[in-house]
Design a binder for this molecule. Sequence first.
Ligand code: GLA
Length: 411
Amino acid sequence: MGGAEDLGAPASQEERLRRLAGAFESRFGRPPSAVAAAPGRVNLIGEHLDYNEGHVLPVAIDRSVMVAFASRPDRRVRLYSLDFEQESAFHLDEIEKDPEVPWSDYVRGVARALREAGHRLSGLDAALQGDVPVGAGLSSSAALEVAALGAFEAASGLRLDRRDLALLGQRAENCFVGVACGIMDQMAAALSRAGHALLIDCRSLEYEAVPLPLEDSPSGGGAGLRLVVADSGVRRALLESQYNLRRQECQRAAELLAAAIADRPVTALRDVGAEDLARHGDSLPPNLLKRARHVVEEERRVLLSVEALRAGDVEAFGEMLNASHRSLRDDYEVSSPELDLLAELAWAQAGVLGSRLTGAGFGGCTVSLVRAEAVEAFREGVVARYCVETGREGRMYVCRAADGLRLHRFG
Ligand code: GLA
């Protein structure tokens, strides 16, 4: 039987920086010049909307990937991971995957993406360490890509627009690592602001920081809320095939609707409204109608959520989270019995304003908005109970809303 273990507070940033700099020095025989750090993320609402060109509302969390680095006079890149106790090296003029050391592919991928975008890179020694749980749907890979981009940028004397940097991370993941993700995770890792969520328009890539009413946010006021991430302990087995299938279904639904809606162009489900679906829904097979309905309603929920947050109406925001879960469960069909159980236990728990699965689905985590004084009861009533009922290793993280990519210089 699993236990309701809490990973506890993450090690302090200073402590991690010191340990990483020490490891760099003993490995490479010189001190690092700086550390690039990029966070994981939890998506509050706007699920499976990025590749449909809609709006999303992720939050960067206080768990990150750190890359300590110093440039080299040649074109070699040497990497060492403290977590995997593994190294990997490559030459900037010959970047291929390393099947023996898969984590290094994210760094290789961003180097390749930078080079293909025409940037001149210098070689690098780098030591890496992270505390974003891997495979839990909290975007440890985007954190690694964005931190590695920050390291190459600083070591090579480049100045990249943060949006372009996020696009390079996505390109590395799509074209080099071979995972068809959208732009949300890299934008969140690159551009978030502490105490805020990041509203992203995934068509124009415009973005805006939205203050969160969390107890520890500068903008939090007296709202006394916490963001609690509950990890189902289920790693996402079906994820890749089902994710790609959902993308294809949405594209097909958009094509069919474009043919039916004569009065304006429809290039993505973003362009479709509830009235269009009411009028032209019968041009879609039933499963595509369900997918489209999720996208259309979720887009509306994101915009209403931002309005509710701005108005301080946290109850209305919580309702949006719950409705999002139901839609992901019934219409988009990316939930699982474990995620449903976590959400249902949270809905029944006093002091929980809202709860839903977060990220791609098929495993991973839920996110809940919980009154600060109800967090301990959540641990018992939701996570411990989940562990007893399923026999799985559920965990919870109480998250702060953190900054995106940061560079820490020494001395
Ligand atoms: C994964 C992808 C994101 C996004 C979410 C679903 O996290 O990496 O781009 O599509 O799933 O919202």
